[in-house]
Ligand binder design. Structure first.
Ligand code: MN
Length: 246
């Protein structure tokens, strides 16, 4: 998606029904995460966007049952709880995009932090995966990864290590930090780099891998590294590049 189109989508996200299926969107940072009409007192609520591919489409890297439970139960649960939290929050939140909401959070905003983060992170995750995959990025992003990390292999090693060593549940990220540099980082639970009042490294997430056990345990059991390797072969690098809002 062209940046101008994206900005328009992002700025109108609170204006009403906005469903952006993955295929038509072409990938973007989920500032345009769809909202649906709610009630008079809470006009806009979030909903999951369509997955864009079948539950079996990423197999054998990610098995169909994991996909079905992860998308249909875990992610759906974050969305339901986010909407519940929004119903009891101050009305001013209605005018915020999901990105703006996450940037505004304080550490004690537990329900919005866990479930707003959960919704954002999973939306990005589904969008960034693709049945075809692509072994490596191209163009400007490839060049910048090489310049920043030394080589694509070095980037992959750093990203995989961040994912493998995240203790407990969380995410590893390729992000653009507030100084404009690419960086690999990780966050616990459903935190992400947008949470400037919470995360150690803040910026724009470009690529995120979910390393909660629910993302891989059925197929890989305790072998998180095998899941990470499989994930790296299913990345849609065009989407990763389009997540770069700078
Ligand atoms: Mn998950």
């Amino acid at each position: 998606m062209k940046k101008r189109t994206f900005i328009k989508l992002a700025s109108t996200a609170g204006a009403g029904m906005l469903i952006a299926p993955l295929a038509s969107c072409g990938g973007s940072n989920p500032a345009d995460a769809p909202k649906v009409k709610g009630s008079k007192t809470r006009p806009f609520l979030y909903e999951q966007e369509p997955l864009g591919y079948d539950f079996s489409a990423l197999s054998p890297a990610i098995d169909p049952i994991t996909m079905e439970v992860h998308y249909g139960k875990h992610h759906a649960g974050y969305v339901a709880k986010l909407n519940r939290a929004l119903r009891s929050a101050e009305g001013a939140l209605d005018n915020l995009t999901l990105i703006e909401l996450l940037k505004s959070l304080k550490p004690g905003d537990t329900a919005l932090r866990n479930n707003g983060g959960g919704h954002y992170n999973h939306t990005l995750y589904w969008r960034t995966l693709t049945p075809g995959g692509a072994p490596e990025p191209e163009g400007n992003l490839k060049q910048e990864l090489e310049d920043t990390f030394g080589s694509l292999d070095a980037f992959q090693t750093e990203f995989s290590t961040a994912a493998a060593t995240r203790f407990g549940s969380g995410w590893a990220w390729l992000m653009r930090d507030s100084d404009g540099a690419l960086k690999v980082t990780s966050t616990p639970n459903q935190d992400n780099p947008l949470m400037s009042g919470i995360a150690e490294s803040t910026g724009t997430p470009l690529l995120g891998i979910d390393v909660w056990e629910h993302a891989y345990y059925l197929n890989y059991q305790n072998n998180r590294k095998a899941y990470i390797t499989a994930f790296m072969e299913r990345i849609n690098w065009d989407v990763v590049a389009s997540n770069d809002l700078t």
